[in-house]
Design a protein around this ligand. Sequence first.
Ligand code: ATP
Ligand code: MG
Length: 290
Amino acid sequence: MTEIKGREIKPLEESISRIGELSEKAPELVGVPTGVEGLDELFFVVEWAKRGKPKKKPLGGIPLRSVINITGVADTGKTLMAEQFAVKQASLGYPVIYVTVESPGPFVASSLKYRAKAMGVDESKVDENVVIIDAASHSVLRDDLPTLFATLAHAIKTFKTKSVVVDSVTGLYEAKEMLARSVVRSIFNFLKKWYQTGLLISQKRSGHEELSAEAAGGYAVAHIVDGTIVVSKELITTQRQANLYGKPIGELVRLFRIDGCRLCGHDTKLRFLEITEEGLVKIGPPVGQK
Ligand SMILES: Nc1ncnc2c1ncn2[C@@H]1O[C@H](COP(=O)(O)OP(=O)(O)OP(=O)(O)O)[C@@H](O)[C@H]1O
Ligand SMILES: [Mg+2]
């Protein structure tokens, strides 16, 4: 007991640990493949050979048990990336939860099947390993976080899932934006507690500046999650833009940048994001590279 401002207060002993004890609990730094071509190599670790120089080794995906936020305006490929991630995990035999907040469950199911076909993944893998939680059709899951968490916990235990996708977290704080941080923090803590790798999608209003730190989810959400990916799009209307992007006036370019990841090294360049004719997101070369 310690007396503070005249009050006897009991310390919260379980919050204190030596680094040695915590290191044992820390997850191994390995990559979780995303199914998005060109993305997995952008995360890396640095290894030191004996008396050698440090060497970059690609992680091959987002860090295991990280919570990554993908944010951007409409039509920038966020949902496609979320679906590709789920399909990839399913193809590897890892059960994954897809919380849909925008599009009702049956639509997401057919979209995931389409994505599987485009990725050359056996439909049966998706049928078996992707578990959809339909928060679009069940408003209580959007309006009451404890119900969402109880439902998620039940699904995680039942299907022994390794990762959770939420498309989008924005739909969980619709019309109460001042709660964005606390909603995202609760989800972050929940996913950590249940040892899940998390992919959160958040929508950016066009009012937030494109590709800036503020753009990273707006509402300072970027400070809570482990890493942020920002996507945007630009219509080329000036010669300056045409020169910068090496594309003709009138063309639409989509852009991608990893805005931070506190668990490992990562690429920091502004890159082209492509959506192929089959409807798959691919990460392209850096802008300005010939
Ligand atoms: N099969 C396809 N073939 C070609 N383009 C496609 C296909 N499927 C989707 N797209 C394109 O990809 C775009 C991005 O789709 P996506 O749903 O991922 O956007 P989003 O970033 O999630 O947008 P929102 O914030 O509105 O949810 C679509 O608007 C469409 O132009
Ligand atoms: Mg979407």
